[in-house]
Design a binder for this molecule. Structure first.
Ligand SMILES: [Fe+2]
Ligand SMILES: [Fe+2]
Length: 327
């Protein structure tokens, strides 16, 4: 069906026709555009998912930004600054994608500040050493890639399109993290130990980034039926473990998980049970840095008030001048 035919079908039709077209598009693994009819629950799920994703990008800047002044060389500083700026960009693409669903960015930001919207639990952990910056890049951005590559095919088109660019940048982030760890793992004994301790800290929380086990993830099934999600949490987690074990070997490091071993029969690595009580606690806002992250975000929002006011004034004047010209 061409775009023109679609808009003819969408415009002026009742919900039943919209629902039918929506179902046809999903069944054909095609994409839903902002102007298409969509079920209220689909819209709501997407606003929640995309805005949470945007909030995670923005909050995720904090543990790394804290290390910019302490990065060990000018080269490392510039790489880290570029990465942190990329994350800000990801937040902006995603807020824009979510806005096409009819919720304003102001509203979404307010939900974050009020604590009614969530962000990824991983960003409530501190970055204690320089090696943690390596572990974040390799494991946290690495987990983000495994999670997000399938989202490039998400049925909601603006989300999928935003993810394409984000994934390209995440690959660079993962690579820079791996390289930091590689250098440390091949440095002095103390540096190698620092790298090992960093991955010990981030292994469990990074695996939890895929969300709760499938048996405890009630919304996943619907998201998969809508082609938002393509693989279950546990499938993605397994894919990630299979990817990072050989990478850790290449680094000369290991994961301190006694249950982590190759399972010939399954053709995958087995791994130990994760601490889901801790996960739930962190999600509830009781993570080691939860309070600090939100304080910082509120402060940054207040500090930026003059920029928003100036931008709004400028927009008013600019558009005023434009309409005077066209009159
Ligand atoms: Fe990102
Ligand atoms: Fe990233």
């Amino acid at each position: 069906m061409t775009t023109a035919e679609r808009s003819l079908t969408s415009v002026g039709e009742d919900d039943a026709a919209g629902q039918k077209l929506f179902e046809e598009l999903i069944a054909a693994d095609s994409r839903i555009e902002p102007t298409d009819w969509m079920p209220a629950a689909y819209r709501k799920t997407l606003v929640r998912q995309v805005s949470q994703h945007a909030h995670s990008e923005i909050i995720g800047m904090q543990p790394e930004a804290n290390w910019i002044t302490r990065a060990p060389s000018l080269k490392r500083k510039s790489i880290l600054m570029a990465k942190v700026q990329d994350e800000a960009g990801h937040g902006l693409y995603l807020y824009s994608a979510a806005e096409t669903l009819g919720t304003s960015r102001d509203e979404m930001v307010q939900q974050l500040l009020d604590g009614t919207a969530k962000y990824s639990s991983i960003f409530n952990y501190p970055a204690r050493t320089w090696a943690d910056i390596g572990a974040i890049g390799w494991l946290v951005d690495g987990a983000a890639i495994v999670n997000q590559v399938p989202l490039c095919r998400a049925s909601y088109a603006p989300y999928g399109r935003a993810m394409v660019r984000i994934c390209k940048e995440e690959s660079f982030h993962q690579r820079q993290g791996w390289e930091i760890l590689y250098e440390l793992a091949h440095g002095t004994e103390a540096q190698k130990q620092m790298a090992q301790e960093a991955i010990n800290r981030f292994y469990g929380p990074a695996l939890q980034m895929f969300g709760p086990p499938d048996t405890d993830s009630p919304n996943s099934q619907q998201s998969m039926e809508w082609n938002i999600k393509r693989f279950s949490n546990d499938d993605l987690r397994q894919r990630f473990v299979d990817m990072i074990v050989p990478q850790a070997e290449a680094l000369g490091l290991h994961f301190e998980d006694p249950d982590l071993k190759w399972n010939e029969e399954r053709g995958h690595y087995d791994f130990g049970e994760l601490d889901w009580d801790e996960f739930k606690q962190v999600i509830k806002g009781e993570g080691p840095c939860s309070v600090q992250r939100m304080q910082r975000r509120r402060q940054a929002h207040e500090d930026g008030a003059w920029v928003r006011e100036a931008a709004a004034e400028f927009a008013k004047k600019y558009h005023g001048a434009e309409s005077a010209l066209s009159a």
